[in-house]
Design a protein around this ligand. Structure first.
Ligand SMILES: Nc1ncnc2c1ncn2[C@@H]1O[C@H](COP(=O)(O)OP(=O)(O)OP(=O)(O)O)[C@@H](O)[C@H]1O
Length: 315
């Protein structure tokens, strides 16, 4: 799929510094800093009410921040919205579509507003919308409405696409079709910003992740960078109680730590990989220890999220 995003411009796609947005006494954004690189997928994660949708809506020019600076494709979304809007695609969580409009008509209408739209029929086909093209929006299933919103966001070949929870409520097949489309957009040089509650979605798709909590970005980086945080991967095994931990620690690679949280149950942290596993089993063999129930668990984005926000990712 060819899009207009193939020639990335200079500078980040989004640069937010110290964004503040208040609704009466409630502060939705509390000094939010966010940089979104071009031609990559950035996932914005956060618990309910963290400020994800508010951030995206500010980027789209739907609301004006009370303080801070915001540039999207180098433009101010509020004062330069007319120049910005044709270059971005927006998929909202819900609403914004006339209930009586038919899916195919809507797609063709939006395609006509752009100079180099995607092939409408091909897009409808791949998102499973071909069979419901004549169905009014209000009669589409929730998943079909969701996929139509995605199609409307990308049909104009935007440089930058905002997808607010793009797979919420979709069945696994539609979810994978959405993921494939996002990967293709990125391959074509499009910048994608998506909010999600699904950790697997962020791990599958995102080049970069920003974790938002209480109106601020509290951590950011590649998924691998975030997972390399202070709490590391864990290898556990069982053996006879009271093993010589001093000797075991001495055998482990630098940066690893061994402990016996409960008698006979051992926990080793560090860079859990084939080398560490081989070291531990070799040490056990040397010391006549039959290590039982060996498990390894890599530190996931979900663990990082929990540690940072104290909250489960899913609502
Ligand atoms: N129009 C509004 N009027 C009043 N408060 C609002 C409005 N929009 C958002 N808020 C509040 O601002 C905060 C941030 O909301 P926002 O929708 O950005 O969070 P979110 O991270 O997208 O949450 P969710 O994961 O539930 O979609 C919340 O406390 C919310 O109640």
């Amino acid at each position: 799929m060819q899009t207009a995003g193939g020639t990335p411009g200079a500078g980040p796609a989004v640069e937010a510094v110290g964004l503040v947005k208040r609704y009466g006494a409630r502060t939705a954004l509390n000094g939010l800093d966010l940089t979104v690189p071009r031609a990559a997928v950035t996932a914005v994660l956060g618990p309910n009410g963290a400020g994800k949708t508010t951030t995206v809506e500010a980027c789209e020019g739907y609301l004006a921040p009370d303080a801070g600076s915001l540039r999207v494709l180098g433009l101010d979304p509020v004062t330069q919205g007319a120049a910005l809007r044709p270059r971005i695609g927006v998929m909202l969580q819900s609403g914004g579509i006339y209930p009586g409009a038919r899916a195919a008509e809507m797609l063709r209408h939006v395609a006509r507003l752009h100079a180099h739209p995607l092939d409408v029929d091909a897009l409808a086909e791949r998102l499973g919308l071909a069979s419901c093209g004549r169905t009014p929006y209000r009669r589409l299933s929730g998943g079909q409405q969701q996929r139509l919103a995605l199609a409307l966001a990308v049909v104009g070949r935007p440089e930058l696409v905002f997808l607010d929870e793009p797979t919420a409520g979709l069945d696994p097949q539609a979810r994978h079709a959405t993921w494939d489309l996002v990967r293709e957009l990125r391959a074509d040089g499009v910048t994608v910003v998506l909010t999600t509650h699904h950790m697997d979605e962020a791990e599958e798709l995102a080049d970069r992740v920003a974790i938002v909590d209480a109106g601020r970005v509290i951590a950011g980086g590649t998924p691998a960078e975030l997972c390399r945080g202070p709490a590391s991967d864990v290898l556990r095994f069982s053996g006879r109680p009271g093993l010589d931990l001093v000797s075991l620690r001495a055998a482990l690679p630098q940066g690893s730590e061994a402990s016996e949280p409960t008698p006979g149950s051992y926990r080793i942290t560090g860079d859990v990989g084939p080398r560490l596993l081989a070291t531990v089993t070799a040490w056990c063999a040397q010391h006549g220890v039959l290590a039982d129930r060996i498990t390894t668990r890599r530190h996931t984005l979900e663990d990082v999220f929990l540690e940072l926000t104290g909250k489960e990712l899913r609502p």
